[in-house]
Design a binder for this molecule. Structure first.
Ligand code: TUI
Length: 315
């Protein structure tokens, strides 16, 4: 049984956290992951605050287990979103695409555990000093907004740099990945791409099909050379963006293709001209199943792998 101190900190059975994916991770998915023994997360993305409050209320109707909210720091509503999380006394906040430093003390006073996503050792150290409860070290294999370091290189360096629990993210979708992350010193994993294909996930079916169809080289990174690198399924949009960035400046291209393109893919099912954010592990995601089944499969496989590894270590 894989129980780490992170499980006690968050009140969960298994050390599996769901990625807080904007336009994808609604109350239904978050509740299903929490009911399956992991920590479900509602992705606030660019949601207005009252829409987020409704999602939190809905999640509470669907589960009595702890769940969290991901705050996207590039959202125009980020201040109001933090207020809702505080007022609703949400168990956990994960943060992305920015530094949550100025909100940490207010969140902690409300009893919310603060777990920022980091893509560098420097930010990890700064946030530990500010009193965060744990960190998610996210490698560039991830879908969506990414840093520049791979999970394999980033995770052990973050683990060595801090003394709080670290959660590994990027390129993990099965029990082998869970064991690998724990071997690198993580106390848990964050899974995004695979949970998009959970039967409870309300994303458009075309989005799930695009992930299931993808092979290992099926993603592309847009916005290379800027601080806004985004990994998406390599589709018509990815090719148009790359062409645009050659012909015009990168900021114009990003303004033109940013924002609404994720909603277009996730809610309307436009997987050609929408932004189908997914990680490199999409090549391994082969079928839709319930979130609880995914968690059970990963944990059983993690135990099998551990037994195999202990057999390898013969003298
Ligand atoms: O946030 C993510 N991934 C995301 S957010 C998102 S929503 C979106 N919608 C439309 C267009 C683009 C994005 C999709 N994917 N991951 C967490 C993450 N955070 N990765 C990297 C960072 C990060 C970057 C800079 C964290 C902190 C940071 O701080 C900079 C600073 O201020 O020091």
């Amino acid at each position: 049984m894989f129980k780490t101190p992170l499980c006690d900190l968050l009140g969960i059975k298994y050390p599996i956290i769901q990625g807080g994916m904007a336009w994808i991770a609604t109350a239904e998915l978050a509740a299903a992951v929490s009911n399956g023994g992991g920590l479900g997360i509602i992705g606030a993305g660019n949601m207005p605050p009252e829409m987020l409050r409704n999602e939190i209320i809905k999640a509470r109707q669907l589960t009595d287990k702890p769940f969290g909210v991901n705050a996207y720091y590039m959202s125009p509503y980020v201040e109001e979103v933090i207020q809702v999380i505080i007022e609703e006394k949400v168990s956990v906040i994960t943060t992305g695409a920015g530094n949550p430093g100025k909100h940490i003390s207010a969140l902690k006073e409300a009893g919310t555990k603060v777990i920022p996503v980091v893509a560098s050792v420097a930010l990890a150290k700064r946030l530990e000093r500010l009193g965060v409860d744990a960190l998610i070290a996210e490698g560039m294999e991830c879908g969506g907004h990414i840093g520049e370091i791979t999970t394999m290189a980033l995770l052990p360096q973050v683990v060595d740099a801090v003394s709080i629990p670290v959660i590994g993210a990027g390129g993990i979708a099965d029990g082998r990945g869970v064991v690998a992350a724990l071997s690198l010193g993580a106390e848990g994993v964050q899974i995004g791409t695979r949970f998009v294909c959970a039967s409870e996930c309300t994303v458009h079916p075309n989005y799930k099909k695009a992930i299931i169809k993808a092979k290992e080289r099926g993603t592309a990174v847009t916005g290379e050379g800027t601080s806004h690198r985004v990994r998406i399924i390599d589709n018509k949009l990815a090719k148009e963006i790359k062409k645009e960035t050659l012909e015009t400046d990168i900021e114009t291209a990003l303004q033109k293709w940013g924002g609404g393109s994720l909603r277009r893919a996730a809610r309307e099912g436009d997987i050609d001209m929408g932004s189908v954010m997914a990680g490199q592990i999409a090549g391994m995601v082969s079928q839709e199943m319930s979130a609880a089944e995914m968690i059970q499969e990963m944990m059983t496989e993690a135990e099998t792998v551990t037994k195999r590894l202990s057999g390898v270590c013969v003298r």
